[in-house]
Design a protein around this ligand. Structure first.
Ligand SMILES: *[C@@H]1O[C@H](CO)[C@@H](O)[C@H](O)[C@H]1NC(C)=O
Ligand SMILES: *[C@@H]1O[C@H](CO)[C@@H](O)[C@H](O)[C@H]1NC(C)=O
Ligand SMILES: *[C@@H]1O[C@H](CO)[C@@H](O)[C@H](O)[C@H]1NC(C)=O
Length: 598
């Protein structure tokens, strides 16, 4: 009884705080949106995940080859769970005709959708929010089955990020897309000038397989909020789950009386992607994938001059300087490297560790990495830290990078080869690897690894770190760790890249107000944030008269046909002097001339 009271008493303080902050958050939220929630209530979606994605799914057919292609039929995609090798089934690659039909159907639906209000669009997004929150573990199961990742990795990388994007768009999207007033300048002071953000029509998105849920839903959120239709081409490695994601988005639209055709999912190999890029109905392409494929996308897009946003991966570094808080940094770096088995475009691919901290760091990482456990978190509840590799045909490449590094003097401390899992002999696993004493002459410092390999390089100063960091042709994200705020900011600003997190990793993506993208061969253009949402629109510059009574009148001197060319020339010269002359005298003279000449 006493124990019970004590527990209650101690528990009461945090409970009180939680209740108070929940109440406050709720109050602010409701104050802003109460009217809209009443007028445009969200709906429930009745949609279950495919039975294959349930943890207790039984399947005794396994794939024996790491290839997803079928030599007997090139349009087949062999889908399987990379963590166990269990066969999920065959999906068909979408043909060029199917891609064109998808774009056409989306266009028909978009004509009506473009007339909806922001409140109606938010309603659809809120319905999605509710569904995701209530069914988050189910969604993670789908992502796990498709990609071989763990449930925790899915929660963080798929659900948390998607919710952050939905929330930001619901709360800020309208503000970002409403017409923006601009200064008309002195000459045009009798005008109102503004930019109007109109839908592009139907946009296309070609997305990578590393986050099957987030990558296929993320582009839809900004595209439809801006009034567009969208055709998403999911990777052939995420072909199985796309139907479920399509059903989810369509159900959210249809629950509120909109056409589900607005959002289309296709899948397939390079041909399908090419067909989408070259489809005349597609008005913008976002591509997330490798630099080499990015070049091909741009080439195809040049045929119709379709604008592209390219997000092409990175070789992100984490710079750790002498005074970094290592108790925090160690854990952040572990996640930065091994989250999603290293299959992240913004994964930490190079750790630039200061010589003073180097030996201790290697010791600590040796212990931590040796203790990582591999497996399928759908088949076993506990004891899994890291999942499988989604692509089974990449192991030779990983191994060649490690071999090259070791031959040039790097030390392989932990792992370094494919792992044959005793429980899942058909699973595709690569040992969590620690590779140290890496130098810039090794292939592993310029090639994106996209795998569970921690690569450690020694640096002696901040200047040294900046030089090594900027030696990569990639420039996506970076992390800087130091307790010196001034130095940390200096180093951050000196890095050639699109995103930096000071004393952290990847959190810029949870601040959904920020744009995402890189420089160099990491691509260009931005998705996410204000920039990304506006990229889904065609900006229209628009002027109108401030007062209807004051209109532009062409003075007689310059009215066609011009009577006196000399006089007309002097007159136009005086206009420029009057508007832009830098001193009062020039302006006064110009004004007098204008009076005389007109
Ligand atoms: C949900 O869908 C299933 C199958 O499609 C159906 O049997 C069930 O009645 C539906 N439930 C509700 C509440 O509509
Ligand atoms: C979550 O999924 C279940 C199963 O399909 C469904 O009945 C429920 O309505 C979903 N939740 C929401 C908020 O849509
Ligand atoms: C894989 O090989 C096993 C035996 O090695 C065989 O029983 C099984 O049918 C094969 N699976 C497929 C999908 O071919």
């Amino acid at each position: 009884m006493l124990d019970c009271l004590q527990v209650f008493g101690i528990g009461f303080i945090p409970l009180g705080f939680t209740a108070l902050s929940c109440f406050l958050a709720y109050y602010i939220y409701f104050k802003t949106f109460i009217f809209e929630q009443v007028k445009f209530p969200s709906a429930k979606i009745n949609l279950s995940i495919p039975s294959e994605c349930q943890p207790d799914w039984k399947q005794d057919k396994f794939v024996n080859s790491s290839s997803i292609s079928d030599n007997n039929d090139k349009s087949n995609i062999i889908c399987y769970d990379p963590a166990t090798g269990k066969l999920l089934g065959i999906e068909k690659a979408s043909s060029e005709q199917q891609v064109n039909e998808a774009a056409y159907a989306a266009k028909q639906a978009q004509i009506k959708w473009s007339q909806t209000s922001f409140a109606q669009r938010r309603q659809v997004l809120r319905t999605l929010c509710d569904y995701i929150i209530e069914n988050q573990s189910q969604i993670c199961m789908v992502a796990c089955r498709e990609s071989g990742k763990t449930m925790v990795d899915a929660m963080l990388g798929e659900v948390l990020t998607t919710m952050a994007k939905l929330r930001w768009t619901i709360d800020n999207g309208e503000k970002v897309l409403k017409p923006s007033r601009r200064s008309p300048g002195t000459l045009m002071m009798y005008k109102q000038a503004m930019v109007v953000y109109q839908p592009r029509g139907v946009v296309g998105s070609i997305v990578s397989w590393n986050y099957p849920f987030h990558n296929s839903i993320g582009p839809v959120i900004s595209a439809i909020f801006a009034g567009n239709g969208i055709v998403v081409k999911t990777s052939e490695y995420a072909a199985f789950s796309r139907k479920y994601f399509q059903d989810m988005v369509r159900a959210a639209l249809e629950a509120h009386g909109h056409s589900g055709d607005l959002v289309q999912y296709v899948t397939g190999f390079a041909d399908t992607g090419k067909a989408l890029v070259e489809c005349p109905l597609i008005s913008h392409i976002t591509f997330i994938g490798s630099a080499n494929v990015g070049k091909k996308i741009m080439e195809s897009a040049s045929k119709l001059l379709t604008p592209v946003t390219l997000e092409l991966g990175g070789k992100d570094c984490a710079i750790v300087l002498t005074d970094a808080d290592m108790s925090q940094c160690n854990s952040v770096l572990m996640r930065g490297v091994f989250q999603n088995a290293g299959q992240n475009c913004i994964g930490i691919e190079r750790i630039l560790m200061h010589a003073d901290l180097y030996d201790n760091f290697v010791k600590e990482m040796t212990t931590r990495i040796s203790n990582l456990r591999l497996g399928s978190s759908l088949e076993q509840q506990n004891g899994v830290d890291m999942g499988a590799m989604t692509m089974g045909n990449n192991f030779g490449f990983l191994q060649s990078l490690i071999d090259d590094a070791v031959s040039k003097g790097a030390r392989l401390v932990v792992g370094g080869k494919p792992f044959s899992h005793p429980k899942y002999p058909n699973g595709q696993y690569f040992e969590p690897t620690l590779l140290v004493d890496v130098t810039t002459d090794m292939k592993i410092t310029v090639n994106e690894v996209f795998g569970p390999i921690m690569t450690v390089m020694k640096i002696n100063s901040a200047a040294d770190a900046i030089r090594v960091a900027n030696s990569s042709p990639f420039g996506l994200g970076a992390s800087v760790f130091t307790s010196d705020i001034v130095l940390g900011r200096q180093v951050s600003m000196a890095l050639n890249c699109g995103m930096v997190n000071f004393n952290d990793f990847a959190v810029n993506y949870l601040c959904q107000s920020l744009p995402f993208g890189g420089v160099g061969i990491s691509g260009f253009g931005r998705f996410a944030g204000e920039e990304g949402l506006r990229a889904m629109t065609a900006e229209k510059s628009y002027t109108e008269d401030l007062f209807t009574a004051i209109k532009t009148k062409i003075p007689g001197t310059v009215d066609y046909p011009i009577k006196d060319a000399d006089k007309a020339l002097k007159f136009t010269q005086s206009i420029t002097e009057f508007a832009f002359g830098s001193n009062f005298q020039t302006k006064a003279m110009a004004a007098m001339n204008l009076g005389k000449l007109s």
